[in-house]
Design a protein around this ligand. Sequence first.
Ligand code: ARG
Length: 296
Amino acid sequence: MVALYVYERMPTDRGTDRRSYLKALAAGSVVTLAGCTNTGDGGGDGGDGGDGGDGGDGGDDSTPTDEPAPQIVAGTAPGFPPFEIKQDGELTGFDVELFEAIVEESEYEFGGWKEFEFDALIPSLRDDKIDAIAAAMTITDKRDNAIDFSDPYYSADQSVIVREGGDFSPSSLDDLSGHPIGAQKGTTGESVIQEQLIQENKLEESNYNAYDNYTLAVQDLENGNIDAIVLDQPVGATFADQRAVVVSFVYETGERYGFGVREGDSDRQQAINQGLQAVRDNGTYEELRNEWFGSN
Ligand code: ARG
């Protein structure tokens, strides 16, 4: 069976049987959407696997129903470890596993993942390309005007990372003056640079480099094209584990991440909030947290 086969090839089998099942189910949903939808545009282009159809039930057809379960198709922006990453071509990460576990607790069927650049997520949600955002997205007033958020599921500050072994080790934002620096487009890291540095005339606009994702920014930092990156602290710490970069200092912002839903979609918002509470109560949240943040 396709879904289980896909799962068995996945490299990180560290979870429980229940989560194994969830992963298989999720993989099955994606396969089904890309290959077998009978309505909508699910013609199988891989990255954008269809909007319509009932998406199948992941292989267990013991409970026939006339009405397909309502779906949640989720959008994310990988390249943000450990929240959303591509590992041997498979999408995974804390947000990915957490969100699938949350939907599994609800009456919704998980309709698979679609990937976007971070700054395209809110427009894509509003355009009905996805039903939810799971992308370490900070709840901000501005975003809250455009979409609705679940209850917060993670807290983070910003951090500034620099080259490992280099002689630039800033300890405050002001120390970034005169240096080429970077952030991901549309993120709160970018807002820190714009509001605390550029608008305060502490950094030339031309010294700010906006990247589609932080993986590209880290490459440029390692190569010496920029001197520092502003990004969420847990992600800075993860890059510091994996790449030739170090966290130079933490800039406290007290951000809280939420899952995004369309404005007014109180059904999905409520389902996600209840699912989040359920995975907190049954230990899955803590298990995933230990799995993905063990040493940070
Ligand atoms: N928390 C930050 C924000 O909301 C960064 C999120 C970036 N997420 C991602 N999947 N690339 O702006």
